[in-house]
Ligand binder design. Structure first.
Ligand SMILES: [Zn+2]
Length: 266
């Protein structure tokens, strides 16, 4: 692949970085990243990945844009109210960088279709807002051996980690073996969330995705980051593979995708 003058110009500020160059830019342009949820986390992540020239971005979301989304879901504009999020997301990404190929999935992501979808990607970024989807995505990534960059937000707090059990690290279930009972953990709809917190975590997910693609720096695999916006603090803990993990442990009880109780999307 030879770069056009326009491409060299567009990506010049990152191509001069140590460890990127033309070789790294080519890796980005050949990369395929699937973003689960075109919402608070998926929006900033998609924008930064597109700006960096990630070649293929998949957007999966069955929701339509509602007014209360616009406080944080910056892929969508007031004019997009009522449209499918993946459609308005595609438009925003393409207007920022027409070189990016956007693939959209507006069907609900379930056990029956997820493996076929993620097969075609190098990396999955989870920005979903409910536990059944979070566990479904984790399990599907485990079976398909895909690196998963996971983010979560609520109120003034955010969390971030990378899971690649195929490379020896823990999976999401090593930390949280089972979903909490419905109603135990409030949703953003019930508890609220600051839009900028979604921005911080979504951009960190994009940052980690770029690092994984480029093979740069220290991976977040085996590390779990907690962010609090009110006192502006980042706190990190090491996380290890759990030999009793029901998915990736020594005696797994989950050997294929199971039924994941669907709850409403906030
Ligand atoms: Zn595990």
């Amino acid at each position: 692949m030879k770069f056009s003058d326009e491409q060299i110009h567009r990506y010049s500020r990152q191509m001069i970085l140590p460890g990127i160059g033309g070789k790294g830019q080519r890796k980005l342009m050949e990369a395929k990243v699937l973003i689960m949820g075109a919402g608070g986390l998926g929006s900033p992540a998609a924008i930064y990945l597109a700006a960096a020239g990630v070649g293929t971005i998949g957007l999966a979301d069955f929701d339509r844009v509602e007014l209360h989304n616009l406080q944080r879901q910056i892929l969508h504009k007031t004019d997009d109210l009522g449209r499918l999020k993946v459609e308005s997301g595609r438009e925003t990404v393409e207007s920022l960088n027409p070189e990016v190929k956007v693939q959209t999935y507006s069907d609900r992501i379930v056990s029956a279709n997820i493996r076929e979808i993620i097969k075609g990607y190098d990396l999955v970024l989870d920005g979903s807002d409910n536990f059944p989807t979070r566990f479904l995505v984790n399990d599907a990534c485990y079976f398909e051996r895909k690196t998963l960059i996971s983010g979560a937000i609520l109120r003034f707090d955010g969390q971030l980690s990378t899971f690649k059990p195929h490379a020896g690290g823990p999976c999401y279930r090593c930390l949280f073996p089972e979903p909490p009972p419905p109603g135990m953990v409030p949703s953003c709809q019930e508890a609220g969330v600051l839009g900028a917190v979604a921005g911080v975590i979504g951009i960190l997910q994009a940052n980690e995705a770029l690092k994984e693609i480029l093979g740069l720096g220290e991976s977040m695999a085996g590390r779990f980051l907690m962010f609090n916006a009110l006192n502006l603090s980042f706190h990190e803990v090491k996380i290890a593979k759990n030999s009793n993990c029901p998915l990736c442990g020594e005696n797994p009880t989950i050997k294929e995708l199971i039924e994941y109780l669907q709850v409403c999307q906030a």
